[in-house]
Each structure stands twice: as C-alpha cells, then as structure tokens.
Design a protein around this ligand. Sequence first.
Ligand code: NDP
Length: 315
Amino acid sequence: MAPLVLYAGKPADRAAYERHIARAAREAGVEIRLCMDLAEVDPAEVDYLVFAGSGPVSDFAPFTNLKAILSLWAGVENILKLPLPADVPLVRMVEDGLTLGMIDYVVGHVMRHHLDIDQYIEGNFAGEWGVGYPPLARDRHVGVLGLGTLGTACAERLAANDFRVSGWSRSEKSVPGVRCLAGEEGLERVLAEAEILVLLLPLTPDTTRLLDAHRIAMLPQGACIVNAGRGPLIDHDALLAALDAGRLRHATMDVFDIEPLPAGHRYWGHPRVTVTPHIASATRPETASESLVRQIARGERGEPFTNVVDRALGY
Ligand code: NDP
C-alpha cells in the first residue's frame, strides 16, 4: 500500500501543500496517500509526518510507525525541544526556494552595505561631489559564519560577485572561490577581516551568543553585520554598544531572541539597525513539496534520507 503522509504544518499553508505535494508526487511518479487533517487518520498508520512546530501535532506517542519526521523548517532548535521519538529520523528542510530566497536577501544586504547605499538614499553626502568611491567588490572582505546549505550558497554567490569571501564552519570545508576556515583560530581570522559579516549558523548550545563582546571587538572598524541565522547567536547588549560607539556601521537583523521583536526594543528605530521581520527566506510550498516527495521516495526505496538532523549536535 502507498505510504500515508500526514500534513501537520500551519493551517494557513494547508491548501498550498495539498495541491503541491499531490502535484510533486504525480510528477515524480511516487504513489502516496496524503492526509491533510490529523482528525482523519489513525496516527499509528502514518508513515511520514510533514511537520512544523506551529502545526497541530505536539504528542508523538500515538505515531508508532513513523518512518521519518519531515520538518518544514530549516532551523530545528525549537523542534528539538519537543518529545520526539528517539529512533525516528528528523529530516530538516532543504529546498531550492528557501536557498534562492536566502541568496537574494544576503546578496542584497551585503551590496547595500558594500556600496553604502543608505547615505545616498538619506542624502547624507549633502550635495558634495567628489566624496570618493566605494572599493570594488574584489577588495571587500565578506565573512560568512556557517557553510551549510544556505551559507555555502550565499558564499558562492558573493564570490561570483567578486567579493573576497571567507567562510567558517565546524568541520573543514572546500567551497570554490571561498577561503574556508574552521576552529577558534579560523573564526578569529574571519572576524579580523570581515568588513561585512553574514551569520548563517544554526542555533545550538555551541553557537548561542557566539558573537559576544570579545568577538565583536575583533571585527574591523566600521564593519556591518547581516544576521539571517538566529537571534541568540549574538550578544545584543554588546552589539548595541558597538553600534552606539560607531565601532560597527550597521546591523541588518532578520532574527531575534523574541519574535515578533517586542515594541520598544532598542533595535526599533535605531539609526544603525535595519529590522526585517524574519523574512530573509521562507520554505515555499511549490519547491518544498518537491523536496518532501524526494525524501519520501528515498524512504520507500530503502535509501537513507538526506539532511537528517544530528540531535547530539543540535542541527
Ligand atoms: P546547515 O545545517 O546546512 O548548516 C549549518 C552550518 O553551520 C554548517 O556549515 C555547520 O558546520 C555550521 N555550524 C554549526 N555549528 C557550528 C559551530 N559550533 N561552529 C562552527 N560552525 C558551525 O543549515 P542551513 O544552512 O540550512 O541553515 C542555517 C540556519 O539558517 C538555520 O539553522 C536557521 O537557523 C537559519 N535560517 C534562517 C532563515 C530566515 O529566514 N532568517 C530561513 C532558513 C534558515 P558543518 O558544515 O561543519 O556541519
């Protein structure tokens, strides 16, 4: 019998996923039984749970025969706090739409800081001509913390745009056109040069407040930060102090300790901070459905899933 797939994501996305999972399965020639409503299934019969922490499932105990939990999110730190069945693979979301959206966001904000576009929008050059030019991209150092699916894609695109890109990850990596570093010494080398620093790390015990006052102080004078990873990667008091002191030029912040960012938070309206409301990128039903179907097909062929979360590492 075809595997039973239960959608347990946000109700608002249900119609789109119903259409696109069915389409993607048809196009891939993968037979599935798709159920969009928890109330209509016996959990013990569900093979694949398409899951978001904001969906209807919080108790996994009745799902006794799961082959995989397929997360709709790339960042799984909140899902890992749930009482997940220990022996069922948790697969995190990797899909083209999410990756391409992140490239657009990161390249856009890096370009903005590289060209210092704000001063012209704001008219800060006060009509002066001959104020000088920004350096060429090939002379601009960009650091990317996190060289996973998203960090690597962004680093490659920035390198293709001629930036001098250094990337940092837990394990040693090789990315064409990108100087790849690892370890504490590697991090210090990336920070020391990064005129624009992009954060695309997952939130784990090891990465929490990774960018603290000590490490912020390693960045070059006037550096900019683009945080599209997670809010708690940064010590916010230290960041605000560095921005207030003019040590850092600007921070583009998409993610925060508390979301939505509370009214009255100092980031709102800060002249050196751009707040974007966790929109750097999103899982898109059209392309995510194709990724879900590929994972289900792998499971049905008895092949290992890709992008399985390492629960000990937390990502
Ligand atoms: P991946 O798991 O593919 O990559 C994570 C990267 O971080 C890897 O390179 C990994 O190293 C590195 N890393 C993890 N822990 C450490 C550590 N302690 N020290 C150094 N490097 C470390 O994740 P993705 O690229 O898919 O996503 C990254 C994050 O982006 C997500 O976890 C999520 O929080 C965030 N995100 C934000 C979105 C937004 O809209 N703002 C949208 C989607 C995701 P290694 O390669 O050695 O394993």
